[in-house]
Structures are given as structure tokens and as C-alpha cells.
Design a protein around this ligand. Structure first.
Ligand SMILES: Cc1cc2nc3c(=O)[nH]c(=O)nc-3n(C[C@H](O)[C@H](O)[C@H](O)COP(=O)(O)OP(=O)(O)OC[C@H]3O[C@@H](n4cnc5c(N)ncnc54)[C@H](O)[C@@H]3O)c2cc1C
Length: 414
């Protein structure tokens, strides 16, 4: 399938693949156990220039987009799902600046991120506001000198503590319904900004997920994203649309990695005098796993291309790829553990980590229930385009069903 990619796409994918195999895979179990940020892996990604793949050339990146991001995330996640998100979260954090920042903000922040010198995080969720992100309560008021003063707490910020820059969403106008929220850029070391509790997680353990605490946190006026208040929720949704293919790519990488391990194991593990790969029930599992992985792969690339082309259906496509690939990864990684039998359940073997890492992909950046809502809303909105079909669909509460028409025709003696 390499023919479907540009030389540039393949260059970044291959660099990521090399780092995944030579640096990430040998260290994956260690950092999963330690639950510490793997700075040596960050250094390898930085050295290879990978943090610039989704950032335009004019802001110090390589001029790729969501497709290059997904190719890199997929490769890294094949070796470690935690490293996949450790990388992808920098796209999630920087998309608000890329999509809506002022020229000054883009020129200041994006080159540092593209070079991998500064890491970034995305702070939307709060204790009372998860799926209902618009219900967030962290607030920011503007002082007479233009400074913004933030108060509140963010829950579960991936990269919290490791990141230097934070895209933070806060209420700036409690009286407005549609323009209640704004995004503000906060930096490590800003007065009144502290990292709170660091979570102890089931999976993706090498990347920190932490609370963020703002207590009269003061930042200069030019940190308001885009320079205009009230557009934060819109910018958060635009960001999630473009970041979801990255979560799908993380899930795809995890599923692919688990399938590869399960296939190799099946050819080596012998029972009843033969490799277990000789048993048809194992073959069926491997064949089903491979088929759903391949279907997911096509959705990831199609949704990434939809984002890069900025097509109107990108929101629906992104939600579909996130939904399908993350459910698929949960099933494939669980089946991979099954192929390993009892050994698969043990931490001495690499496969159970894939199952643990896969679970979060069904939850963050919008749960899969929320993805279904996004897809259904878009379908219903698009139904207007199918108006021509109405003429062929009799409505049950009208006397124009096909049966009614037949009866009427018979009564009339036709
Ligand atoms: C490890 C981890 C990392 C995270 N990283 C980040 C991050 O970097 N930045 C950030 O901002 N957030 C982050 N989050 C937060 C994440 O996005 C939220 O956990 C997620 O959106 C769900 O919110 P919730 O946990 O409050 O669940 P809830 O919203 O309370 O949902 C609970 C259940 O109810 C269902 N549900 C809710 N509403 C509906 C509905 N309308 N219809 C049907 N079902 C519904 C959900 O699908 C879910 O099954 C992270 C979370 C975790 C666990």
C-alpha cells in the first residue's frame, strides 16, 4: 500500500518505525512498570524531528498534517501505546494554537513544539465536566491592565507536569450561552499554576495524567487564544475533530502490534504435538483480527486525509475512525491475550499491556458513546441531501403505504 503515500509520508513513517523498534520496544515494559515519563524516548523522537510532522513549514514544522501525525502514532503505538499518546498529545495541545491562535502566538509557540523542545497539553475536562465539556467551571477574569486571572481545576490532563505549555479552557462570560468559554495559554511557572494529583493508571502508564490547579493564576493579556474571547468551545471542538484520527491511529497501532505478537506466538507455541497456529479456531481468530485491523487502517487514513483536506464531513469521519478503531483495538488486543493463553495474562509477557493500553482509547477525546452521538447528529443533518428518497418511502401514519395503495387499488376494482 506504500504507493498510496507520498515520499514525505513514508519518510516520517519509516523514521517512526525505526525508533519504535530500536528505542521504544526495548523500553516499553520498564516505563510501564515505573510509571515515569520516558525522557530518553522523547529525546529520540526530538532528534528525529518527529514533533514537527503536523506543523506547517512557516511555523518551523515539516508541513505535513494529520496523515503524517497518524502514520507516526501508529508506528509508535505498535511498540507501546503509551508512547503513541505521549507523542500525539502534543498535537492535541497545539491544534488550538494552530487552528485559532494569533500570528504572534503561532510564531512564538509552534516552532518550539515542532523542535520537540517544549511539550504541550490540552486542559478541557474537569470533575463536573467530562462528556459534557461545555459544563466546565474553571473561570478567568480580565483585569484592568489586560492580564487574565484563572481560578479552578482541570482533571486528567495528559502530559500534565511534563508539558511546558497548556491550552486551557475557562469560562470568561458566565452570562453568555454561546460565547461562555475561551481558551488561554498557560505556561509552566506562571504565578498561581500548580500540577496537582498525578493519577495511577491501568494503561498508558509512561505518560503522566494529572490535575491542574489554578489559584489566582495570572497570565498576560496576549495569552488569550486568537485574541478574542468567547470562541473557546468552538476551538475545542475543532481541535477534537482533528485529533481523533490520532486516537484511532493509536488504537490501530496497538491492534497491529498485538496481532503481530499473537501471530508469532501462535507459530511457536506447540500443543497436541503441533504449533497452535495449526488449529482452525486459532486461525479464525487471527484472520478476524487481521481483517478488522485492515478495515480500521483504511478508516484512519481516510479520516486523516479528510482533516487535511478540511472537508465538511471531517467531524463525522474522525468520529467514525475513533469509534471503529478503538472498539476494534479492544477486541483485537483481548483476542491476542486469548491466543497467548495463560501466559498472555502474565506481566512477564508483553501482550497484556496492549489490552490495558487499548482501553483508554474508547474513553478519552470523547467516549465512544459520544462518538456515536456525533456520527448520528451529522447523519441526521445530512439527511436533507437525500430528499429525493422521500417520494419512495410511504409514511406509516399516512394512507399512502404500499399496502394501502394496493388495497385502494383492489377496492377500486383495478
Ligand atoms: C487517562 C485519561 C487521560 C485523559 N486526558 C485528557 C486530556 O489530556 N485533556 C482533557 O481535557 N481530558 C482528558 N481526559 C478526560 C476524558 O476526555 C474524559 O474522561 C471523557 O471525556 C469522559 O468524561 P468522564 O470521564 O467525566 O465520563 P462521563 O462524562 O461521566 O461519562 C460516564 C459514562 O456515561 C456516558 N455518557 C455521558 N454522557 C452521555 C450521553 N449524552 N449519552 C450517552 N452516554 C453518555 C459516557 O460515555 C460514559 O460511558 C482524560 C481521561 C483519562 C481517563
Amino acid at each position: 500500500m506504500d504507493e498510496l503515500f507520498s515520499a514525505e509520508n513514508l519518510k516520517w513513517r519509516d523514521k517512526a518505525r525505526e525508533i519504535a523498534e530500536t528505542v521504544v520496544r526495548p523500553l516499553a515494559a520498564k516505563y510501564d512498570r515505573l510509571q515515569e515519563y520516558p525522557w530518553e524516548i522523547r529525546d529520540a523522537l526530538k532528534e528525529a524531528g518527529l514533533f514537527g510532522v503536523w506543523i506547517p513549514k512557516e511555523y518551523g514544522g515539516h508541513g505535513g498534517g494529520v496523515l503524517d501525525l497518524c502514520l507516526v502514532v501508529e508506528e509508535l503505538s505498535k511498540a507501546c501505546g503509551g508512547v503513541g499518546v505521549l507523542f500525539a498529545v502534543n498535537a492535541l495541545g497545539s491544534f488550538p494554537i494552530l487552528l485559532a491562535g494569533t500570528e504572534e502566538q503561532k510564531k512564538h509557540y509552534l516552532p518550539q513544539i515542532a523542535r520537540g523542545e517544549k511539550l504541550i497539553a490540552f486542559g478541557l475536562s474537569e470533575r463536573p465536566a467530562g462528556s459534557d465539556a461545555s459544563g466546565l467551571v474553571t473561570n478567568a477574569r480580565q483585569e484592568e491592565n489586560g492580564d487574565w486571572v484563572i481560578n479552578g481545576q482541570k482533571k486528567w490532563t495528559t502530559n500534565g507536569g511534563a508539558a511546558d505549555i497548556y491550552s486551557i479552557f475557562a469560562v470568561t462570560d458566565e452570562t453568555s450561552r454561546s460565547r461562555r468559554i475561551s481558551a488561554i495559554i498557560v505556561e509552566k511557572g506562571d504565578e498561581g499554576f500548580e500540577i496537582g494529583r498525578k493519577e495511577d493508571k491501568m494503561g498508558i502508564r509512561c505518560v503522566p495524567v494529572a490535575e491542574l490547579h489554578f489559584d489566582e493564576c495570572r497570565v498576560p493579556g496576549n495569552r488569550l487564544l486568537g485574541g478574542k474571547p468567547g470562541l473557546g468551545f468552538k476551538h475545542a471542538m475543532m481541535t477534537l475533530d482533528r485529533a481523533r484520527p490520532g486516537v484511532a491511529a493509536q488504537a490501530l497501532g496497538l491492534a497491529t502490534g498485538a496481532l503481530e505478537l499473537a501471530t508469532v506466538y501462535a507459530t511457536e507455541r506447540r500443543q497436541f504435538g503441533q504449533p497452535i497456529s495449526g488449529f482452525q479456531m486459532i486461525q479464525q481468530m487471527l484472520a478476524d483480527m487481521a481483517t478488522s485491523v485492515e478495515a480500521g487502517r483504511q478508516l484512519v487514513y481516510a479520516s486523516a486525509r479528510a482533516c487535511d483536506a478540511d472537508v465538511p464531513s471531517l467531524s463525522k469521519m474522525a468520529a467514525m475512525s475513533k469509534l471503529f478503531c478503538t472498539d476494534m483495538a479492544m477486541k483485537v488486543t483481548t483476542d491476542a491475550v486469548q491466543v497467548f493463553g495463560g501466559y498472555g495474562y502474565m506481566k512477564d509477557y508483553p501482550i497484556e499491556k496492549y489490552m490495558r493500553d487499548a482501553k483508554i482509547t474508547q474513553i478519552y477525546e470523547g467516549t465512544n458513546q459520544v462518538q456515536r452521538l456525533v456520527i448520528a447528529r451529522n447523519l441526521i443533518k445530512e439527511a436533507g441531501r437525500l430528499d429525493n428518497l422521500s417520494a419512495f418511502i410511504p409514511l406509516p401514519d399516512h394512507d399512502n403505504t404500499i399496502a394501502d395503495q394496493d388495497r385502494a387499488a383492489q377496492t377500486a376494482g383495478a
